[in-house]
Every structure is written in structure tokens, then in C-alpha cells.
Design a binder for this molecule. Structure first.
Ligand SMILES: C[S@@+](CC[C@H](N)C(=O)[O-])C[C@H]1O[C@@H](n2cnc3c(N)ncnc32)[C@H](O)[C@@H]1O
Length: 237
């Protein structure tokens, strides 16, 4: 998969797609990643070095997996523009008796409903590749994070090891859309996934975008042989 012209990422289309697959999203997520997705989120949360005092903003929170897993934050605000994803997230928050700690808000990553310098840490897990203007989302993160606040972004990559790369591309291109379609009943969503990953900037390019947005000490660390990248950075002063 090379960096290529991407699929249509008009906000209405993306929100509608996630609304449509919301009821099956968690099941498919854990099944298609063989359960490794929980470990990827745990690694991202660990990188924030939470002390129990922070307000964490989880952008593209979906069904609130990161928000709920980030137990080291005093308060978590999850933002997403797909109402059906948030509804399922809210059920999970209530079931976990975390409603006083975790708040879910409908909003767009490129116009966050959060005041300037209001959060102590921020995350985006598997959301940034869906955003039509990722540069604007990065600028918004920089605006709402206080200087010194830590950022962790998880996004799919393409492994570089040749054999694994071929296997992964085949899995991504054929098996995943097939299973995704079968279980979710949504034709486009799981073909969109490989297309959106192929169109996302390579790690060095996305890291440079974060630096331009105002983050320092930016790193792009491959997880699970580069199937996923963890981007970290600190909001500059
Ligand atoms: C693949 S899901 C990831 C959800 C969750 N973070 C997780 O780790 O499972 C991507 C989420 O990003 C949301 N999203 C995509 N673009 C967005 C935007 N511009 N503003 C807000 N949410 C967005 C979608 O609605 C969807 O819920």
C-alpha cells in the first residue's frame, strides 16, 4: 500500500458510516485485531504518564474504549461526531459506573468544543486517518492542551518487513473487508478501512505535521512490527 489519493472523507459521510456500524464496532474491532487493540490503547495511555490529577481529552472517542481504559486520569472528556458511537459509549460508561469521571460530548475534531489550554493530556485512537483535514485537528489539539501536556495518537501503519507486509496487505485488502461486511452488513465501511490507511501520511510526515502544529519531542514508534504507530509529543510552551 503506498501513500495514495484518499477516499471521500466528507464529515457527514464519515459520521454516517460510523453511525451505521456502531452496534457491531466493538465486536469487530476486537475480533479483527485478535484482541491486540486493547494492548495498543494501554501502551498509548501509559505514554501519557498520568498521575491521577489530569483532565484527559480523548478525540474521536467512538465507543469510549480509551476513555474508560484511562483509569489514571481524574477526568476524561471524550469527543466524537457520530451520535450512535457515543450512545454505545455512554452505555459502557454507565455500566462501568464511570459517569462522574467520563463525559462524552458530540463534536468535531477540527473544531473542538473545549476552551484554550484546558486539558492536561490528549489521545486519538484510530481516528485521525478519518479526519478530512488532519492538520486542523492537530492545531485544535495544540490549542486546547496546556503547555507541557502530553499527546498520544494511535493509527494504523503498514509493516515494512517484506513477508509480513504482503500478508498484512492481503489481510487488510481481502479478509478484513469480507468479514467486516459479513458481520456489520455495511458494504462500504470495511473497504474504506484499507483505503483510508493507505491514504494516511507516512509516519515521518505525520510526525512533522505534529511538530508544525506546536508539539515538541515528537516520536513515531512502531507497535506490533509497524501494523500500528504510536505518535507521542508534548505541547510546546
Ligand atoms: C475507528 S473509530 C475509533 C474509536 C475509538 N477511538 C477506538 O479506539 O475504538 C474512529 C472514530 O472517529 C470518529 N471521527 C472521525 N472523524 C471525526 C471528526 N472529524 N470529528 C470527530 N470524530 C470523528 C468516528 O465517528 C469514529 O467514532
Amino acid at each position: 500500500m503506498t501513500h495514495q489519493a484518499g477516499p471521500d472523507k466528507a464529515p457527514d459521510r464519515i459520521a454516517g458510516m460510523f453511525d451505521a456500524i456502531a452496534p457491531r464496532y466493538d465486536f469487530l474491532n476486537h475480533a479483527l485485531s485478535l484482541g491486540i487493540d486493547r494492548r495498543w490503547r494501554a501502551r498509548a495511555i501509559r505514554s501519557l504518564r498520568l498521575t491521577g490529577r489530569e483532565t484527559l481529552l480523548d478525540v474521536c472517542t467512538g465507543t469510549a474504549d480509551v476513555a474508560l481504559q484511562a483509569e489514571g486520569a481524574a477526568r476524561v472528556v471524550g469527543v466524537d461526531f457520530a451520535a450512535a458511537m457515543l450512545r454505545i459509549g455512554l452505555q459502557k460508561v454507565n455500566a462501568a459506573r464511570e459517569a462522574s469521571r467520563v463525559t462524552l460530548v458530540r463534536g468535531d475534531a477540527t473544531a473542538l468544543p473545549v476552551p484554550d489550554a484546558a486539558v492536561d493530556a490528549a489521545t486519538i485512537a484510530f481516528g485521525i486517518r478519518n479526519v478530512e483535514r488532519p492538520d486542523r485537528a492537530c492545531a485544535e489539539l495544540a490549542r486546547v492542551m496546556r503547555p507541557g501536556a502530553r499527546l498520544a495518537i494511535l493509527e494504523f501503519g503498514v509493516p515494512r518487513v517484506p513477508g509480513l507486509r504482503a500478508l498484512y496487505l492481503a489481510y487488510f485488502k481481502y479478509l478484513l473487508p469480507f468479514v467486516g461486511r459479513l458481520v456489520s452488513g455495511h458494504r462500504a465501511a470495511y473497504s474504506y478501512l484499507p483505503a483510508s490507511v493507505g491514504a494516511f501520511p507516512p509516519p515521518a510526515e505525520f510526525a512533522a505535521m505534529l511538530t508544525r502544529a506546536g508539539f515538541r519531542a515528537v516520536r513515531a514508534d512502531p507497535l506490533t512490527l509497524g501494523i500500528v504507530y504510536l505518535y507521542t509529543g508534548v505541547r510546546g510552551r
